[in-house]
Write a protein that binds this ligand. Structure first.
Ligand SMILES: [Fe+2]
Length: 530
């Protein structure tokens, strides 16, 4: 951050024209973010959010088409989860062909002015639809766990090419709806409490905590009094009082904001709030790096004093510790998750036909869990158990796992052992607090409600809910994927089989119904190959 700071500061701040251009760009960005923030304030559901976000992005960037592609690892394809400017038909594209695939696989933004000039561009759709692609912006999307999950593709910016600001806008909009973990876990309640505490000493109207986002090189409001929940403000580092404090690392006490040329009044103009005076201090971590900015606006009587500054500065150091803990927590969590992903992938890698099985079962389980109203903590546990449910297959001979024909009773008995092996291996791992049930949950995915499953023959009441969820996701994934002994089945057929299992008292009917509603709320990705 420091390199960036000094170079930009010396070049930009004194370049009046450039500053005006930045102000304009920032203004557009800010308006967009406030807009999106408003949307988020009223609508939290991911699936409903997607069209909204895509529409916002495409409206904001003024382009002809915008599509959200999600990955289908099994088929090696991207499929359009949502497309604006197209019919409702689902489009599937090969991961290895075209710009969207290239952006996804390389995990890089692709921004081209003339698609036909780019060697990776695939003119197939233009040829078949009569559409003429000119400029293209592809931005890869990552999940909460930082796994690549899809790509947003925008076509033909009406004013010409896509700019770097456009790239930043898309990136930040994506981040708005995939929970921002880097700054997450810093509970809003906690921040509110800090402000209450501050207010008991200093009487001011509004407080804002901005955190520095290294990805976009901007300040993002972690909590801003006066804004609704879900709304946020993003500020360029080169603008305004907060930006200046973040860049210089020095506090600022502005007694009359409108008389100070460094004050950026556009947020006031947009919100109708009137800023009189500001006290703003940097939040820096133990290494002295600026991680955010704490700001108090409009002291009720007079201007902010030196003693107010001391109070705000000590609060900033408390916040710094919490922010650092949150970042550390996130890093540890990501490290933990990536270790689990490697473990799961090592099982799937034993057989190319089942590659991606664990991850798909995890995603299906999470979709069910979310719809059933599981809490975020419970979803975390479900995600780990689902990802590792078949880990015990590491101890099963490859020839049985890959056998094309029917298994002999001995071989079947062998394969059933993977559940106990899963349990034994996972029990040896150290799982903290709420994750402790992971081995039991993971090892219950072949139990059936009527007691006919394995390895314990447990019945309904003795099988953990999460085990029942993984069981349904596992069977569904197995049916809809290619196997050595049969081809993939369409979802409709798979649900017939699942419902049959429900009527036989083996699988949980509510869970099967929930999965069905998850699968059919979007177009089947496999049914509309162009
Ligand atoms: Fe299994």
């Amino acid at each position: 951050m420091s390199e960036h700071r000094s170079s930009n500061q010396s070049n930009d701040v004194f370049d009046y024209k450039k500053r005006i251009a930045l102000l304009e760009a920032e203004n557009t960005l800010l308006r967009g973010f406030i807009d999106i923030g408003r949307t988020l304030g009223t609508e939290h559901r991911f699936e409903k959010l997607i069209p909204m976000i895509i529409e916002k992005i495409s409206l904001h960037l003024n382009c002809e088409r915008s599509t959200l592609f999600m990955v289908d690892w099994q088929k090696g394809q991207l499929w359009s989860q949502y497309a604006q400017g197209l019919t409702t038909q689902t489009v599937t594209i090969d991961l290895k062909i075209g710009l969207a695939g290239a952006s996804f696989l390389s995990d890089r933004i692709i921004n081209v002015t003339d698609a036909y000039e780019h060697h990776m561009f695939n003119p197939y759709f233009d040829h078949t639809t009569g559409f003429r692609t000119r400029s293209v912006l592809c931005v890869p999307i990552r999940s909460e766990q930082h796994r690549p999950i899809g790509v947003i593709q925008l076509l033909n910016r009406k004013t010409g090419s896509f700019t770097q600001d456009d790239e930043r806008f898309v990136l930040s909009s994506i981040e708005e709806f995939t929970p921002a973990i880097e700054q997450g876990r810093l509970q809003t309640d906690q921040v509110i409490q800090w402000f209450q505490h501050l207010r008991s000493t200093i009487d001011f109207e509004r407080g804002t905590l901005f955190l520095y986002d290294p990805e976009t090189d901007m300040l993002v409001s972690r909590y801003a009094e006066g804004l609704k929940e879900g709304q946020s403000i993003r500020l360029d580092l080169h603008l305004g009082i907060a930006g200046r404090v973040a860049v210089t690392g020095t506090h600022m006490n502005i007694p009359d904001a409108y008389a100070d040329f460094r004050f950026d009044r556009r947020t006031d103009d947009q919100t109708g709030f009137h800023t009189r005076n500001i006290l703003c201090v940097p939040v820096s971590n133990a290494k002295g790096e600026i991680v955010g900015v704490l700001q108090a606006i409009n002291k009720k009587r007079g201007a902010f004093t030196d003693s107010d500054l001391n109070v705000l500065t000590s609060m900033a150091s408390i916040i710094a510790i919490a922010v650092e803990n949150a970042v550390l927590f996130t890093e540890q969590r990501n490290q933990f998750k990536s270790l689990l992903q490697v473990m799961a992938a090592s099982i799937d890698a034993k057989d190319t036909l089942t590659a991606g099985h664990s991850e798909i079962v995890e995603n299906l389980s999470l979709a069910i869990g979310r719809k059933l109203g599981l809490t975020e903590e419970e979803l975390d546990v479900l995600s780990v158990a689902a990802l590792l449910h078949d880990y015990g297959k590491i101890g099963i001979d490859d020839y049985i796992l890959k056998k094309p024909g029917k298994l002999t009773p001995e071989e079947y008995a062998q394969i059933q052992k993977h559940v106990d092996i899963t349990y034994h291996i996972l029990s040896k791992m150290y799982f903290a607090s709420n994750y402790r049930k992971v081995p039991i949950i993971a090892a219950s995915h072949h139990e059936r409600l009527d007691g006919s499953g394995y390895s314990h023959g447990s019945r309904d009441a003795d099988i953990p809910l999460m085990g029942k969820i993984i069981a349904v996701a596992d069977v569904y994934e197995a049916l809809t994927a290619n196997r050595h002994y049969r081809n993939a089945m369409p979802p409709e057929k798979a649900f017939e089989i699942l419902k049959d299992e429900v009527s036989k008292g083996k699988l949980d009917g509510k869970i099967v119904e929930t999965l069905e509603s998850c699968i059919f709320q979007t177009t089947d990705p496999g049914s509309a190959d162009p």
